[in-house]
Write a protein that binds this ligand. Sequence first.
Ligand code: NAX
Length: 328
Amino acid sequence: TRTPVNVTVTGAAGQIGYALLFRIASGHLLGADVPVKLRLLEIPQGLKAAEGTAMELDDCAFPLLRGIEITDDPNVAFDGANVALLVGARPRTKGMERGDLLEANGGIFKPQGQAINAHAADDIKVLVVGNPANTNALIAQAAAPDVPAERFTAMTRLDHNRAISQLAKKTGVAVSEIRRLTIWGNHSATQYPDVFHAEVAGKNAAEVLNDEAWLADEFIPTVAKRGAAIIEARGASSAASAANAAIDHVHTWVNGTADGDWTSMGIPSDGSYGVPEGLISSFPVTVKNGAYEIVQGLEINDFSRARIDASVKELAEEREAVRALGLL
Ligand code: NAX
């Protein structure tokens, strides 16, 4: 029998946490044969609700769930962690400037990065979901100098899945017929969903669509502003779809991408495609044996270049801002 994998989830009492924990415990994160131990990190005000969720997890009698520990101490939460899902973050409140937001989140992600550095297992894989996800991942990564930088990733899989769904609808195919879609850049309104290398039922998506105006005026804004549209419709931000994307991201990172396809992950740049080294930016990646690689050699046309550059510029500005705050 396999030893359980330690999975740490921060913000466990939040709405994404509620949608996420049951799927981890039922085997959807790592596989139907992989037992898990859960560590839930919350702030003191969130502990009681996290305990309630843990009671419900118990009540599911999940065969793969081998234990739940709840704590408000990052040093305990990340002790021996193999997978860490950093979901809890400080939301932007009314009147808050970007600098204040970055500083408040630095106060969360720096100590969590330090605790990961000191206590996590050698094979730790980190996914940052809490916004601003790319820059929060950068802060945590910088605080963990003994952990290989590539273990810190940020979630753009929800954007990726949203784009696949929109493209499938527009072209009238099943989502399973869409491959090789890419989200570039920041998980923000500047993100760039790229269909120029994507396939629709085996044909080039841009050629199938043959409609640059639709891309510029409908597709890209619909994907980029989908989070706001969900809030408008549901009265609350994306939770189940965000949890689903977190499951997809880690499942792919552990189990690999399908032959001939790729996915999108926010990862530390190695300088590929002109993205400055070290920025945590979304790229097309393939995954094999638990390690990802950036898809190389894609031709970037002018339409794409301008949009990738704009999103990367925003990431560079965020990095400058957190550097100025002494968070890097
Ligand atoms: P909620 O406000 O429902 O839950 C957040 C939870 O985090 C709360 O229970 C809070 O007590 C806890 N928390 C706060 N600081 C903490 C800390 N220092 N340590 C541990 N726990 C802490 O938010 P929810 O809807 O679950 O969203 C969580 C984060 O995901 C937000 O930052 C949100 O912006 C972000 N999202 C990111 C997405 C992405 O694609 N990358 C999409 C969905 C979502 O908007």
